[in-house]
Design a protein around this ligand. Structure first.
Ligand code: NAD
Length: 328
């Protein structure tokens, strides 16, 4: 099948080209993100491959359908950026990569927790400048602390398992509990999780129902000084409410790998540009905030799995007209 891959970087081209030796699709690598304006670049491709920040809106889908596109292959797990209803009306199938390396994301969440707690981000620069003072670098033992995991699917499960290994008490909230999670963790209500957790880590998908799950009201239910980690989707957090929480010290630490307005920023080198997002810039002024640019998935294993599963999904649709990774 001819596949137009939007929003590609050199690493996408490398991993997809290597994986395609086993699939032989015709791959067209495009740098621009998919949007109404760029959809025309898909030319005569039958499938379009997109990532988290491509805009797969109804209008974009209509333009693609007119060009003969029959399949959107997401090279990611989440599909909150796709207008599923319009896709269905147009007869365009959507496939995704449900799990490519839950370990990659879980391990990044742990890296953020450890960095924030032991202030590695600050120690790194201090030592380079010959400042070996410890003032301001005080951390706490993870052992014995209570961690709340929101969403115990592939990633949340592993994050809970790792933290249990550190000797943390692991609480969780998920509307669809996973029985084996109870081997090391305890399901509680969301309010109880907020009230008891020293660290809260988000691992649920973004839906219309849980947009701004972390807001002014939920923050007031949390332990003063709580550590909040989001490696899931930016829209789960009301950023302005979190800034107020940081200023009042209700939130003691914040780490984000995702941000609600990230599509204007992430994955690009903007080091010579003026960043106009004042909310994002305010976040960067706090010593107890770390932001990474949606890199939690970014391991060799994950990129290999993403490329293989995406190309295999396309082959499955081409040969059987259905796919186990179809988004319904
Ligand atoms: P998953 O589908 O395996 O698990 C999601 C879990 O969340 C499910 O158990 C579901 O029941 C639960 N859930 C749904 N709504 C909920 C709610 N309102 N409150 C609590 N739990 C809820 O997904 P996963 O593979 O574990 O991925 C989790 C999320 O991580 C994805 O949705 C995606 O947004 C994000 N992600 C981020 C990166 C990254 O690089 N930062 C990479 C991959 C995935």
């Amino acid at each position: 099948m001819k596949v137009a891959l939007f929003g590609t970087k050199p690493y996408d081209e490398q991993f997809f080209t290597e994986a395609n030796e086993n699939y032989n699709h015709e791959l067209l690598f495009l740098e621009p993100h998919l949007s109404e304006k760029t959809a025309i670049l898909a030319q005569d491709a039958t499938a379009v491959c997109v990532f988290v920040n491509d805009e797969v809106s109804g209008d974009t889908l209509k333009i693609l359908a007119e060009q003969g596109v029959k399949l959107i292959a997401l090279r990611c797990a989440g599909y909150n950026n796709v207008d599923l209803e319009t896709a269905k009306e147009l007869g365009i199938k959507i496939v995704r990569v449900p799990a490519y390396s839950p370990h990659a994301v879980a391990e990044h969440a742990i890296a953020l927790i450890l960095t924030l707690n032991r202030k590695i981000h600050r120690a790194f620069y201090r030592v380079r400048e010959g400042n070996f003072a410890l003032n301001g670098l005080l951390g706490f033992d993870l052992y014995g602390r209570t961690v709340g995991i929101i969403g115990t699917g592939n990633i949340g499960y592993i994050t809970g398992q790792i933290l249990s290994g550190f000797g943390c008490k692991v609480l969780a909230y998920d509307p669809y509990p996973n029985e084996s999670f109870s081997n090391f963790g305890e399901y509680v209500s969301l309010d109880e999780l907020y009230a008891r957790s020293d660290i809260i880590s988000l691992h649920c998908p973004l839906t219309e129902e849980n947009r701004h799950l972390i807001n002014e009201t939920s923050i007031t239910k949390m332990k003063p000084g709580v550590m909040l980690i989001n490696t899931s989707r930016g829209g789960l957090i009301d950023t302005k409410a979190v800034i107020t929480g940081l200023k009042s010290k209700t939130i003691g630490y914040l780490a984000l790998d995702v941000y609600e307005k990230e599509s204007d920023l992430f994955f690009e080198d903007l080091s010579n540009e003026v960043i106009e997002d004042d909310v994002f810039q305010r976040l960067l002024t706090f010593p107890n905030v770390i932001i990474t640019g949606h890199q939690a998935f970014f391991t060799e294993e994950a990129l290999t799995n993403i490329a293989n599963t995406t190309l295999s999904n396309i082959t499955e649709i081409e040969t059987t007209n259905t796919c186990k990774n179809l988004v319904q």
